[in-house]
Design a protein around this ligand. Structure first.
Ligand code: SF4
Ligand code: SF4
Length: 492
């Protein structure tokens, strides 16, 4: 069996922290040759632990001499994204365990590239890795695999029992980590307690997920609006107003396409049709990121006959949501500063013309307009419509109704939000851009997404947002997608 390789080396390199070239061969006796030197280390079913000399470790940026490489012995060959996502998860879990004296430390994820052809038997199958085969690896503290275990019993079916095991399981439970492969070979002693050598396939339970690419990309083409809705952060926004440059927009779209971003929302804080070239920008999305589905939110006030006709020719529009914050003329105009009849006319026309589109009318419910909800339902009877309690935009909106929410939020794990100047903010709730994660005018989408700030946020956010600033102050209640949706079981 020969794994096809490997046209997408450049893509691979964008997914990892570092790429190193080594000569790695596995000998029939189970030893391996690493950069010309035969060694023996630990060899698990799915990985090798290769001890490194101080000199080798230093070349990899680690100034200590007890370091080893954990090489995943399954080469990367067709689904780098899944594999990288899985490794990021493993990396994080191992870090959590390490800080609790339950596993060796890990420093970073690497890609290693085979300098010579290699042939190994693995799981009863002979596998040839041609020159240039690429493996994922982690730099880990090089533990003594043969540490003595006392007080641990393995029963006939391989299950473990005893007070130390019970205590170990309890600590995993407290950390909300699900030990998948707790075998006697996989345990060692650290500071008098049990530690686990290989956390491969362990999971953070209760929905802590890491994905290596954003599923949703929200892009602020402009932060200007003709409305002045009381429950929105726009009217009081203090950051500068502006529009995104074409160069930056196209750069982001190209990257989104290469990462298979599924949904693009060319709107954040502001009315998208304020830009005269908005429909042109939708065509640009189709040109540069043709796989992405487009979602549009608009107050409809500027959606005249010409613009609706132009929308007919735009492909890949997943849905258009008309925001309509008021059930009657008085409340609507008082809330938005927009003309009631004009917006109603435009929305009804859009429903007539855009017959094949997925359209919906949404009422953001606030203190200002809540009493008109019944009128809203009557007004839009026969049209798909719904209402929701407005969020607090981390304190930047007035009159919001949504109560405090402590559950895990999906945004930090799935959505990247880009301000018009290229800065990536925390999410759509960060209207002022106070929590900046990176800058797409200087960095790539993937670097920012997997960068230290997002990783720290996800780590702190965990399964419950209470420990995470500023998420603990946020009332956005977007539910997380199922853990299993993002966990990719692979390998053996
Ligand atoms: S809710 Fe929409 S229409 Fe109203 S001010 Fe905010 S962006 Fe503008
Ligand atoms: S909890 Fe709120 S502030 Fe935090 S990521 Fe989710 S939407 Fe944003």
């Amino acid at each position: 069996m020969i794994y096809p390789w490997f046209e997408f080396a450049t893509i691979l390199e964008s997914f990892v922290h570092e790429v190193i070239d080594i000569d790695l061969s596995v000998l029939p006796n189970g030893a391996y040759v690493f950069n010309g030197v035969e060694r023996r280390g630990a060899s698990g079913k799915t990985c090798w632990y290769i001890p490194l000399s101080f000199h080798e470790a230093k070349l990899l940026g680690v100034e200590r001499d007890d370091v080893g490489l954990k090489v995943i012995r399954y080469p990367v060959y067709n689904d780098i994204k899944d594999e990288h996502a899985r490794l990021l998860q493993e990396f994080t879990i191992q870090k959590i365990l390490f800080t609790n004296d339950m596993a060796p430390d890990v420093f970073k994820i690497l890609l290693i590239r085979n300098g010579k052809p290699n042939s190994v038997s693995w799981l009863g199958q002979k596998i040839e890795y041609p020159t240039g085969s690429v493996f994922f690896a982690m730099l880990v503290a090089n533990v003594n695999v043969h540490g003595i275990l006392t007080g641990v019993k393995a029963n006939s079916s391989g299950g473990l029992s005893g007070p130390k095991i019970n205590s170990f399981r309890e600590r995993c439970r407290q950390l909300r980590i699900d030990p998948y492969d707790l075998t006697i070979e996989n345990l060692y002693e650290v500071k008098g307690r049990l530690g686990v050598l290989d956390v491969h396939k362990w999971r953070r339970t209760y929905g802590m997920r890491f994905v290596n690419v954003p599923k949703y990309l929200q892009i602020e083409l402009n932060n200007t609006c003709n409305g002045r809705c009381g429950m929105c952060a726009i009217p009081h926004m203090t950051r500068p107003r502006g529009i995104m440059s074409d160069v930056l927009f196209e750069k982001i779209l190209k990257e989104a396409d290469s990462l298979d971003v599924e949904y693009l929302t060319p709107f954040l804080h502001g009315e998208p049709f304020m830009r005269q070239d908005f429909v042109e920008k939708l065509h640009k999305i189709n040109e540069y990121a043709p796989k992405a589905k487009i979602t549009i939110f608009t107050n409809a006030s500027m959606l005249d006959e010409k613009k609706v006709a132009a929308l007919c020719n735009v492909k890949n529009i997943d849905q258009i949501v008309f925001s309509f914050p008021g059930g009657n003329k008085h409340v609507y105009e008082d809330t938005t500063g927009l003309n009631f009849e004009n917006s109603v006319l435009n929305i009804k026309r859009a429903f007539r013309v855009l017959k094949d589109f997925n359209l919906r009318i949404s009422m953001p419910r606030s203190e200002q307009n809540r009493d008109s909800e019944k009128d809203f339902a009557v007004l839009w009877n026969g049209y798909p419509h719904s209402a929701y309690d407005t969020y607090n935009y981390l304190g930047d909106a007035r009159g919001s109704l949504a109560p405090c929410c402590y559950e895990q939020c999906d945004r930090a794990f799935r959505t990247m939000t880009v301000l018009f100047d290229g800065r990536v903010c925390l999410c759509c709730m960060d209207a002022e851009g106070r929590f900046i994660m990176g800058d797409l005018s200087k960095e790539s989408v993937i670097d920012v997404w997997n960068g230290k700030r997002f990783m720290k946020l996800r780590e702190e956010h965990g399964c419950c947002r209470l420990a995470c600033e500023p998420c603990r102050r946020c009332t956005q209640d977007l539910k997380t997608e199922e853990y299993n949706d993002a966990y990719h079981p692979s390998l053996v």
